[in-house]
Design a protein around this ligand. Structure first.
Ligand code: FAD
Length: 328
């Protein structure tokens, strides 16, 4: 079957990553728009349970690519598996989430296939049957439109949160195809010795449903406690603008923005944050944005769904009180 859209799924500890669900959502949309079939490829071993679950929930055929070297991720083993699969499938388009893992292997895969890679896309449009992809440059100040040239497939990675996730459970009969993939001699140049977990933050911000973020407007490390209290009252993750982490009020992993994390919670509460473009690119795809700032002209209000013009030291304690009351 030629010319399908292939989504490369990323999984960890038996779960498909949120970015892969987002790619599935877009893949199904493109499939309807372009009349192309779509399938999901998963690389790994002992992942049949996950493949059946994802296939049933998404209604997509899931192709499991495995060899003796795919138990743990290495860019070489993944690229060998995916290049062989793409070589036999001749896909129309390859979609993946833009993550640390895909940043590691997607350029290599594109080079192996001798095809282009358009990374970190935030939008697309279809022009006379041709896809035009939109990606942001200069810290989100400009949008660049890119259309692939040459023979398909083009590889396209999607910015986290830019496309709505498709997580509804279709309850479809699972269609799982298993393919054993060979590895060329000498292709594997590294071996995984140990997986070391990064120091865990209180909440994984990329998966958090609610984030309370504080900025320089809080004034000091001691006063930033107010943000931690609101986060605790709401069961939320704690985010920060760069001056907060630069100043050592919070560890760097809490920073949201172009040089920090990109997050897409359902609710983002920005307290004492002005809304510089470098901050906005990390959070503007949140479901609902509430901004609290004493300056009515602060740029954060331009992306906010709800704006409270006021002093954080008056507004936030009230929110904590209400949140605690509701939760108790
Ligand atoms: C290459 C580069 C990368 C960068 N990466 C990032 C990044 O990843 N993330 C990031 O956040 N920034 C980043 N920055 C910095 C960014 O440009 C801004 O300087 C930063 O986001 C500003 O943080 P802020 O909004 O907390 O502070 P400010 O801009 O100083 O804003 C503080 C806000 O608090 C309000 N305020 C003050 N007191 C109160 C009060 N009592 N009650 C209510 N409101 C109050 C003020 O009105 C003001 O709007 C980057 C900059 C560069 C050059």
């Amino acid at each position: 079957m030629e010319g399908r859209i292939i989504i490369l799924g990323e999984h960890r500890e038996g779960r498909l990553k949120k970015t892969s669900w987002e790619a599935i959502g877009l893949g199904r949309k493109l499939s309807a728009e372009l009349g192309k079939e779509v399938c999901l490829a998963l690389v790994g071993s002992e992942i049949d349970g996950l493949a059946r679950e994802v296939s049933g929930r998404s209604g997509l055929e899931v192709v499991v690519l495995s060899n003796d070297y795919c138990r743990h991720y290495t860019p070489e083993a993944y690229c060998e598996a995916l290049a062989e699969f793409a070589g036999t499938e001749h896909p129309y388009l390859v979609l993946l989430g833009h993550t640390y893992q895909t940043m590691d292997f997607a350029p290599r895969l594109a080079a192996m296939l001798d095809r282009g890679l358009i990374p970190n896309c935030v939008d697309y449009r279809c022009e006379a049957g041709q896809l035009v992809w939109v990606r942001q440059v200069f810290n989100g100040k400009l949008n660049l439109e890119v259309s692939p040239k040459g023979e398909p497939p083009c590889l396209v990675s999607l910015q986290q949160g830019a496309f709505p996730a498709s997580e509804e459970d279709l309850g479809a009969p699972p269609q799982v195809v298993r393919r054993r993939i060979g590895v060329a001699e000498g292709a594997l140049r590294r071996k995984l010795l140990e997986v070391m977990e990064a120091v865990q933050t209180r909440v994984d911000l990329s998966q958090a449903e609610i984030i309370v973020a504080g900025g320089r407007g809080l004034g000091s490390k001691e006063k930033f406690q107010l943000i931690l209290d609101l986060a605790e009252a709401l069961g939320a993750g704690v985010g920060a603008s760069r001056p907060v982490t630069d100043g050592g009020w919070l560890p760097k992993e809490h920073q949201i923005g172009s040089s920090g994390q990109t997050v897409t919670p359902r609710l983002y509460i920005a307290c004492g944050i002005s809304g510089a473009i470098q901050h906005l690119v990390g959070m503007s795809n949140s479901g609902c944005i509430v901004a609290i700032n004493k300056d009515p002209y602060a740029p954060i209000f331009q992306v906010a769904d709800y704006g409270i013009v006021g002093d954080v030291f008056q507004v936030v304690p009230k929110l904590i009180e209400i949140a605690r009351e509701i939760r108790s």
